[in-house]
Design a protein around this ligand. Sequence first.
Ligand SMILES: Nc1ncnc2c1ncn2[C@@H]1O[C@H](COP(=O)(O)OP(=O)(O)O)[C@@H](O)[C@H]1O
Ligand SMILES: Cc1ncsc1CCOP(=O)(O)O
Ligand SMILES: [Mg+2]
Length: 244
Amino acid sequence: ITNLVSMDIAANALTAAGASPAMLHCIREIPDFTPRCHAVYINVGTLSEDWLPSMRAAASAGRPWVLDPVAAAASQFRMEACLELLALPPAVVRGNASEILALAARSDSSPTFKGVDSSHDSGEVLQAAKALARSSGTVVAVSGAVDFITDGEQVISASNGVAMMQKITATGCAVTALIAAFVGADPSDALAAAACALAIFGLAGEIGMESAKGPASLRMHLIDALYGLDEQTVTSGVKIALLP
Ligand SMILES: Nc1ncnc2c1ncn2[C@@H]1O[C@H](COP(=O)(O)OP(=O)(O)O)[C@@H](O)[C@H]1O
Ligand SMILES: Cc1ncsc1CCOP(=O)(O)O
Ligand SMILES: [Mg+2]
C-alpha cells in the first residue's frame, strides 16, 4: 500500500529486482490477499482516511511488514497514524533523517519541516534512530548520503548511492519497497535485509549514473541496473560496514 506518486517506480524497481509486487488498498480485499504475501509494504505519503483502516488491517495480518513514514510530521493526523502503525510493529521502518527524527520525538511541529524531503543529514539523527529502534522494537533505517540501519544496539552503514537519487521523486519509497522484498526473502534478519537492500539500491544508482544525463534518465538507468545486477557486481560493489 504505497502513495500515488511512488506506485510506478516502486513496482518497477521491485519487478526489476526479481520480486513480484501487487498493489491494492481496498479494505475488502486486505483479509483475502495479505496472508498470501511474503511481505507487506505500507507507505503513508498520500495518506487518506479511507486508506488508514486498510493499512491497519494489512499491518496486523501476520506477515512481516515494512513502514515508510513519508513526511511523518506533515500533520497531526499523519503523525498519529505513523505512531499507531509503528506500535503494530513493523520489521523495519525506513525514512529520511527528518522523518526518523520526527518519529523519535513523536512531534509534528518541527520548524525546519520540508515536506517529503529531509532537512537533516542521516548522521545527525543516528542517536534518535537508535532510541526509536529500542522504543518501538523495530529495525530503523535512516537514508541519506550514508544510510544507517540499526536495531537499537548494532549499527550498520551502507555508503552506496549518488546524490542525484534525491532528485528523482519517490526513490526513498522505492528503496523501502525493496527492503520489504528483502525482508520477505529472509524474515529472520531484518537488520541485514534492510542494509543489503539499501546498499544494492545505491549500487544500482551508481551504475545507472554512468549512463544518466539527469534525474529522468537516472530513473531509467537505475531500474536497468537493478535488473542487470549479478552476484559478482554486488559482492564487489556494496559498501556495508558494521560500526564499532
Ligand atoms: N547524498 C546522497 N548520496 C548518495 N545516495 C543518496 C544521497 N541522498 C539519498 N541517497 C539515496 O537515495 C535513496 C533515497 O533516500 P532519501 O533521499 O534519503 O529518501 P527520501 O526520498 O525518502 O527522502 C536512498 O537509497 C539513499 O541511500
Ligand atoms: C512528492 C510526494 N508527495 C507525496 S508522497 C511523495 C513522494 C515522496 O517520495 P520520497 O519520500 O521517496 O521522496
Ligand atoms: Mg521518503
